[in-house]
Ligand binder design. Structure first.
Ligand code: FAD
Length: 487
């Protein structure tokens, strides 16, 4: 059996994991990055979530990635909203499909993508959305090559792909070693779980949660009275490209025209790729509870059938799709929510609604402002609540309760189910990863365990990396954001 020894083992190479690995290695730690899939990038790459939605906080490492992509022709763009699904009025709008459309907007800059909150009265009007909401779509191959370049550049990060974890040896709140599916053992000083589904936390015996938390658990006003298994819906994203000739692609045999919807036709969001294709993101392809009840391979096959039926239906009903053809179906499901870890602090609906721009706790390591936002009918009453100002994510949300050398830097960190419906965007996960990597370095420098990292110093170090830990954007940060890299 081979044994890897390193300062930090980061498990999962998605948004949070890459940020954690790059940051820890930049601080001089030796890093092992373990990824179960055969390529790095996580949901952004394998599930086709090729876009950073608008939002506060995406400055530090994400801006570095953006700048590098910006040097590659056609790798990255910025979008504005064209049509929005909530503005659909058949009597007045000159379009008919049930969805929203974003369009590339060369007039916008990265700094324009850093706000979602602030719609007057919580109601995003067309004027507000067109003026304020801008996201960052990218080409996945370029994104991957930039991530590989950043990892390699550190000279201290070994990446192992195609390998998951099977077990962990834990003693007195410390992980001593972990076992990989390739038969190797990993011995690290500290570990970062960035697997999204918190696989490392689960095999290490941390308390984890899944489904909606009851009101009495965290006192959240919008929580149900009793806990239940409901989670956000899942989406299988697909990509369409310009066709040489107009037409409707035929439906493979065995797939019904309507396939799974009865009366409720799924809406979809149509996002551009920088080089011109369109990403279709159904909201959702399958209810979260239905997904959890199936084996993942079965769910994927069922969602693939639904994608083909959805596309056929769009082309049959709306002429504007007839000039496109299906180019790609994501190889992985887009899962919005699964296990979460019980951490020293659980971010709640109250924390999010209180806003505070990062001022409400002294250990805030990231800010975010995405709406409280659930997808799918099985989550019960749909929660879609825009925020007045950004909120802060405390470092303690990364520290599993009772563990000394483990951090969580992914969507399964210390969030209640309601908080997770807001705190899950890709750039926010990168902020968590950047904070986790920085905290690991600080723990080494101060010779303390991860929960005892001094929060003031952590925030100072993050700020020096241009991570946004306060709102609004400071003058210094503004100046930094001006240099977008040569297109
Ligand atoms: C359909 C959909 C649309 C979305 N739209 C947007 C959007 O427009 N903009 C936006 O910013 N965000 C969006 N999000 C949210 C965002 O994409 C995700 O929440 C975010 O990417 C999660 O990042 P992560 O680091 O937690 O996990 P991931 O990026 O999923 O990374 C986890 C990694 O861990 C690996 N892994 C899992 N288990 C193991 C194991 N046992 N061993 C080793 N490796 C393992 C996985 O293979 C994966 O590579 C969307 C999400 C979905 C599902």
């Amino acid at each position: 059996m081979s044994v890897y020894t390193c300062d930090i083992a980061v498990i999962g190479a998605g948004s949070g994991g890459i940020a954690a690995a790059v940051t820890a290695a930049r601080h001089g730690l030796s890093v092992l990055l373990v990824e179960q899939a055969d390529l790095i990038g996580g949901t952004a790459v394998r599930a086709g979530v090729h876009c950073w939605e608008m939002g506060a906080g995406g400055t530090g490492l994400p801006f570095d990635i953006y700048r590098r992509m910006n040097r590659l022709r056609g790798a990255v763009g910025i979008y504005s909203c064209g049509r929005h699904m909530s503005w659909y009025d058949p009597a007045r709008e000159p379009y008919r499909f049930p969805g929203g459309e974003r369009i590339l907007d060369p007039g916008k800059r990265y700094v324009d993508t850093l706000q979602r909150h602030g719609a007057p009265g919580g109601q995003p009007t067309p004027e507000f959305v067109r003026r304020v909401w801008h996201g960052v779509p990218f080409e996945m191959e370029d994104y991957c090559s930039v991530l590989e370049e950043m990892l390699a550049e550190t000279g201290r990060c070994e990446v192992v792909v195609g390998t998951g974890i099977t077990d962990a040896m834990v003693q007195q709140g410390k992980i001593r070693s972990i076992l990989l599916t390739n038969g190797s053992e990993v011995m690290a000083t500290a570990y970062i779980d960035a697997t999204a589904d918190v696989c490392l936390c689960r095999v290490s015996g941390c308390v984890t949660l899944i489904g909606q938390d009851a009101q009495e658990a965290f006192g959240e006003p919008s929580a149900p009275e009793r806990p239940n298994d409901n989670v956000n819906g899942v989406t299988l994203a697909y990509r369409v490209t310009r066709a040489l000739a107009s037409g409707v692609e035929s439906l493979p045999t065995g797939i019904g025209h309507r396939c799974w919807w009865a009366t409720h036709y799924p809406v979809a969001s149509f996002n551009p790729y920088p080089r011109g294709d369109i990403n279709v993101n159904m909201l959702p392809t399958m209810e979260g509870t239905e997904y959890l009840a199936m084996r993942s391979a079965t769910a994927y096959q069922e969602c693939r059938r639904r994608v083909l039926a959805h596309w056929h239906n769009l082309q049959s009903r709306y002429d504007e799709f007839r000039d496109f053809r299906m180019a790609w179906i994501a190889p992985s499901m887009g899962v919005r929510e699964s296990y979460r870890t019980l951490c020293e602090h659980m971010l709640t609906e109250q924390d999010i609604r209180a806003g505070g721009g990062g001022r409400q706790y002294d250990d805030v390591i990231a800010i975010a402002d995405h709406a409280l936002d659930t997808h799918g009918r099985s989550t019960g009453r749909r929660l879609c609540s825009e925020l007045e100002e950004p909120y802060g994510v405390p470092y303690r949300c990364l520290v599993p309760r009772g563990y000394r050398n483990l951090l969580v830097a992914c969507r399964g960190a210390g969030f209640t189910s309601i908080a997770a419906s807001s705190c899950r965007l890709s750039r926010t996960m990168m902020q968590l990863g950047q904070a986790a990597g920085t905290a690991a370095a600080l723990a080494r420098d101060h010779d303390v365990a991860l929960p005892d990292v001094p929060p003031k110093e952590l925030r100072r170090r993050l700020y020096r990396q241009y991570a946004q830990v306060d709102w609004p954007v400071s003058a210094e940060l503004h100046a930094h954001l001006r240099d977008e890299g040569a297109p």
